[in-house]
Ligand binder design. Sequence first.
Ligand SMILES: [Mg+2]
Length: 264
Amino acid sequence: MHKPLRIAAVAAACAVAGAALYGAGAATAGQSTANSTHEPYNIGLLTKDIDTYYGTTQDSAGVYQASPDSPYAKDLARIDAAAKKQIDQAARAAKHHRAKPAVVFDIDDTLLLSLDYEKKNNYGYNSATWAAYVNRADRPAVFGSPELVRYAEKKGVEVFYNSGLSEAQRAAAVANLRKVGADVNLDADHMFLKDSANPPSYLSGCATPGAWTCTTVQYKSGTRKHIESLGYDIVADFGDQYSDLQGGYADKTYKLPNPTYYVS
Ligand SMILES: [Mg+2]
């Protein structure tokens, strides 16, 4: 995740609400009724909805877990089923055309679920507590994601990772992915993390050593462009944020659900 750009769902909701309120007021001056202000969804109810969506329960260790029979899990299962069909097609087509198909996965909340952190931090963000949480390398899998990673590998579709986690978090990311069974291509040639101190030359349009100005979309799409420059055709790109998916260099994008924060 790009921490300075990461907006908690709560903060994002407030910002959008503020803009909507101002717009409504300007357009309907003199008609200030409750209806005209478009009162935003109540934040206390929203957090309850999020719990219902994940089927959140607290385990014996006090860790908040999503339920495998939750609406969240069902949404993921639908997405994964569609993705597996597409991987099958890409694998078949590759045999005929000698192509090098690839899939790209974001990590945070695409492969590793941060629900416990989000809930315990009121859907907010703090760089120190987030770093400590990531470094514990003990996040559970996003349901179905390790299976999807292994499915792609089994079909001969190359697996890459494209994450806003930093180079300093590489060892923890690798350990955590291995622990949840996403044990495919966890090497530096396949796992692209944010190296803001020494950015790769293919990001020179927005990043030079010590001067990183890439947006999430520039960083992630620039990384996909680089992967394709190596001869791969990215057939599918998986992410829980729209900024994981925009900017091209993927035949198809899969937006995984995440109502807990927004990364612009
Ligand atoms: Mg993510």
